[in-house]
Write a protein that binds this ligand. Structure first.
Ligand code: S3P
Length: 437
């Protein structure tokens, strides 16, 4: 599916933020460990969380969807003598978290995904899970993964080699589902939704912060208590709306119910330093996650240097931050972002290819990019941009097109459904000209 965008001024209105993809997936995965039925509201009914629900159903869980609620039943079919097959589609989060869950449950299983997912590195989870006692075979470090029933150790200590919430969550799920004591040393703190949710449901989990990092300790004999859960809005989806309002003329929008967990929303601080007019209102706490409304107005932006320590907290927002950088005066440098090469696409490469098409100069290395911005950037000849099958690349360049005299066409936009199924309707409601072909 192809989509196109063209110059749009005066974006106005109030929209509600779609449910958080990371939290939606965790709510059903962690919810599957409870003994009581629970209801989940605010769930993101997009392809990735739905693949995760599909995998949990194959693992024997009864999950109903009623209107906009997910009902997780405590009854579980006996699957212990079978080999379970799960396909997580495009979802790296679903894949890596379910891998932890399966490893901790002593079952035979095969886990796979789509072409993009089957190219993503899995040794980061296979190695520590096998050290814990799992018996996982892979296709040269990639999916499909075969899980051969085996018992995990009773205690495990692990130094996180990379900042990855997916890896951290995978190991926490292996530990909690096998009653293991797990200590994780995290030098660079990644998003902490799993820790917050495990504590919300009553797990014995403590974190000890120290200069530049933290230890996460999950103790044994966790008795999780069933409680209903409400998913807050996805800051990563909100970031497309935020940047669209900033770079278009005479815009002023409000996004309601956005998750502003401090391990996720460093983009706001960065954009504010760049000169963005962003106000956070009506802060509250929902199921241990901070949530607020965000007001954004058109702003004249300036370039900024972003160093490695911020990267885990803006990891999914770097494509759209690169678009903000194109319209900011001066250089924006993003350093220490090598993990972007292992996302739904090689995102550094995909950003560079898109920048070439819209005539923006940049310098790049293995793990960095410097973008030469210009507040008057314009494109006066139609351009075609490749999404490389990546939802965040597709949405980012469609937003860039809102500033150009000529249309920007982005191919392969179907993948937007993996995280933001109402993307086109939401932007249309604000007056943005973004359309599917
Ligand atoms: C996610 C963590 C991040 C992020 C991904 C979602 C999660 O990946 O890029 O989109 O839900 O835990 P890594 O933890 O691998 O960096």
């Amino acid at each position: 599916m192809k989509a196109s965008s063209k110059r749009s001024n005066n974006l106005q209105g109030t929209v509600s933020c779609p449910g958080d993809k990371s939290i939606s997936q965790r709510s059903v995965i962690i919810g599957s460990l409870l003994e009581e039925d629970i209801q989940i509201s605010g769930f993101l009914f997009a392809e990735d969380p739905l693949s995760t629900i599909g995998a949990l159903r194959n693992l024997g869980h009864e999950i109903e969807i009623n209107d906009d609620m997910v009902l997780l039943k405590n009854t579980r079919k006996n699957i212990y003598d079978k080999k379970v097959f799960c396909n997580l589609g495009n979802s790296g989060t679903g894949f890596r978290l379910i891998a932890g869950l399966i490893a901790g449950q002593e079952i035979n299983a095969e886990l796979t995904g789509d072409d993009s997912l089957c190219k993503r590195p899995m040794n980061r989870i296979i190695n520590p899970l096998n050290e814990m006692g799992a018996k996982i075979e892979s296709n040269k470090g990639c999916a499909p993964l075969i899980f051969n029933k085996s018992q995990l150790v009773k205690e495990f200590l692990y130094e996180m080699p990379i900042a990855s919430a997916q890896l951290k969550s995978c190991l926490l799920l292996a530990a909690i589902s096998s009653n293991m004591k797990l200590t994780l040393h995290e030098k660079k703190v990644s998003r902490d939704h799993t820790e917050r949710m495990l504590k919300y449901f009553g797990a014995n989990l403590t974190t000890k912060k120290y200069e530049g990092g933290q230890d996460i300790i999950l103790d044994t004999n966790n008795k999780l208590r069933g409680k209903d859960y409400s998913v807050v809005g996805d800051f990563s989806s909100a970031s497309f709306l935020i940047v669209a309002a900033l770079i278009t003329k005479d815009s002023s929008i409000t996004i309601k119910n956005v998750g502003i967990n401090e391990t996720r929303c460093t983009l706001i601080e960065i954009l504010k330093i760049m000169g963005a007019d962003i106000n956070i209102k009506n802060r509250s706490i929902c199921c241990d996650e901070e949530v607020a409304d965000i007001e954004v107005s058109s702003s004249a932006l300036s370039g900024i240097s972003i160093e490695e320590e911020s990267i885990p907290k803006i990891i999914d927002e770097i494509p759209i931050l690169s678009i903000a950088a194109c319209f900011a005066e001066g250089e924006t440098s993003i350093t220490g972002a090598g993990e972007l090469r292992f996302k739904e696409s090689d995102r550094l490469m995909a950003i560079e290819e898109g920048l070439k098409r819209i005539g923006v100069s940049y310098k790049s290395s293995d793990d960095s990019i410097v973008i030469m911005g210009n507040r008057d950037l314009n494109v006066s000849k139609e351009v075609n941009i490749d999404s490389f099958g990546d939802h965040r690349i597709a949405m980012s360049f469609l937003i860039a097109g809102l500033r150009f005299d000529s249309e920007v066409h982005v191919n392969d936009c179907k993948n937007i459904d993996t995280s933001f199924p109402r993307f086109f309707e939401t932007f249309a409601s604000l007056g943005a000209e973004i359309k599917t072909a």
